[in-house]
Design a binder for this molecule. Structure first.
Ligand code: 5RP
Length: 235
């Protein structure tokens, strides 16, 4: 069955899987590989497990407890920054990819802090997405997730609103505040349009109480986008 003759959700999963498979081809013997978080990154972890089962030797550094659990379950050997300060290649998803710049919004899955630490330590960051994630301007469809310490989050949230955001504390389906792997909270900040994402990232970072934002500016080296026409690599 072709991706386009399936239900929209199944098609989207097929595109995510195809983009992930293309990025996994970049992994070579002996590499340290950053393992992203989210449904697309999970397809990459699956594909990596298959390559591992066929003899490829590599070590993974996961960007979340969720990904660590998946990687262990499928037999991927893990390492950490204690043993390796530098990562050869990270494969991760994104919520929005800006055409042309490859700037990103990440963090709807709640793992943005570890994802940014892993991205910053990576020689190459390969992003894997389906075509619906490509936008002309960041912020078009997605809020910018901002990880904040729990203390004073109401004041931190008010400071984010001064930047023009409509700020909302992320809740779980049970209605409790979402807690990140680092024990922090996430404030989702909607901006009507982000004209200067690099400046916005800097301004958000300067707010006391902010740990990190989901704006990934100048970090992606390549993006694998899958759509009905196939998988395209953007550099
Ligand atoms: C998690 C992330 C994810 O990469 C992002 O949310 C995309 O997830 P998905 O592939 O499920 O759409 O940044 O913090």
């Amino acid at each position: 069955m072709s991706a386009t003759s399936r239900s929209p959700e199944a098609s989207r999963d097929a595109f995510k899987r195809a983009a992930a498979a293309a990025a996994v081809e970049l992994v070579e013997d002996g590499m340290v590989v950053g393992l992203g978080t989210g449904s697309t990154a999970a397809f990459a972890v699956e594909a990596l497990a298959q390559r591992h089962a066929h003899g490829l030797r590599f070590l993974g550094i996961p960007t979340s407890e969720r990904t660590a659990a998946q990687a262990r379950a499928v037999g991927i050997p893990l390492t950490s920054f204690v043993e390796h300060r530098q990562i050869d290649l990270t494969i991760d998803g994104a919520d929005e990819v800006e055409r042309g710049t490859l700037n990103l919004i990440k963090g709807l899955g709640g793992a943005l802090l570890r994802e940014k630490i892993v991205a910053a330590a990576s020689r190459r960051l390969a992003i894997v997405v389906d075509g619906a994630k490509l936008v002309d301007r960041l912020g078009a469809n997605t809020p910018v997730p901002v990880e904040v310490v729990p203390f004073g989050l109401e004041a931190t949230s008010a400071s984010l609103e001064v930047l023009g955001a409509s700020a909302r504390l992320r809740l779980t389906s049970a209605g409790d505040p979402f807690v990140t792997d680092g024990g922090n909270r996430i404030i989702d900040c909607s901006f009507v349009a982000i004209a200067d994402p690099a400046r916005l990232e800097e301004r958000i970072r300067r707010i006391v109480g902010v740990v990190e934002s989901g704006l990934f500016i100048g970090r992606a080296h390549m993006v694998f986008v899958a759509d009905p026409d196939g998988v395209h690599r953007l550099d």
